[in-house]
Design a protein around this ligand. Structure first.
Ligand SMILES: [Zn+2]
Length: 199
């Protein structure tokens, strides 16, 4: 696997990760709605300029994970979205109150690229990142994990096996099994610390 850098620029109990390879800066999860200033500050604290973010991907379209998608695009980020997520993104705005200052995400502009899961490995390789996008429903139907070839996996809010509700057990268990079968070893969740898979 090609080397990469990994920086957590999270705030407000949510993790946002920057994966760096060459000139690529891929942001995994796209900030809290209305808090671009906090995102810029956290990036700066880690020595990354907002406009250095070349690509961005949301594990799922909830307002604490994809809330700055449109504003980050305006700063030059190319939004990577999978077909599984296309219907979820426009729904986000219905959860935002006017005082949240949420900017609705637009999907038909030049700063958006729809990437099929089956094409994700090749797409990421073009960015210098060895890994793939995997559908891992359970927390939401549009939940997608980014699994790197070294076993690190960015799972967003995929429910911890110990916290899953009865009605979701089957789908959540299947998603974790999919990740393990594909070689996942270390979980980088949307909230909380990094942990080994299976704990
Ligand atoms: Zn969520």
């Amino acid at each position: 696997m090609r080397p990469y850098t990994l920086v957590n620029v999270g705030y407000r109990s949510t993790n946002f990760y920057v994966i760096g390879s060459g000139r690529t800066r891929l942001l995994v999860d796209l900030g809290w709605m209305g808090m671009l200033g906090a995102m810029r500050t956290e990036l700066q604290r880690k020595g990354i300029g907002l406009t250095e973010i070349t690509h961005g991907f949301a594990t799922h379209y909830h307002l604490d994970h994809a809330g700055l998608a449109q504003e980050l695009k305006a700063s030059g980020m190319l939004l990577i979205i999978t077909p599984e997520q296309l219907s979820a993104a426009p729904v986000m705005k219905q959860w935002a109150k006017p005082q949240d200052n949420y900017v609705d995400v637009v999907l038909d502009d030049a700063q958006t690229r729809v990437v099929e899961l089956s094409a994700s490995r090749a797409f990421l390789a073009g960015l210098g990142i060895d890994g793939e996008l995997i559908h891992t429903p359970g927390h939401s139907d549009d939940s997608i994990s980014l699994l790197l070839d070294d076993g690190c996996v960015f799972t967003g809010d995929l429910t911890h096996p110990a916290l899953v509700e009865e009605k979701d057990v089957e789908v959540v268990t299947r998603s974790w099994k999919t990740l393990r079968d594909k070689g996942a070893t270390t979980i980088y969740p949307g909230h909380g610390p990094v942990r080994p898979i299976g704990t």
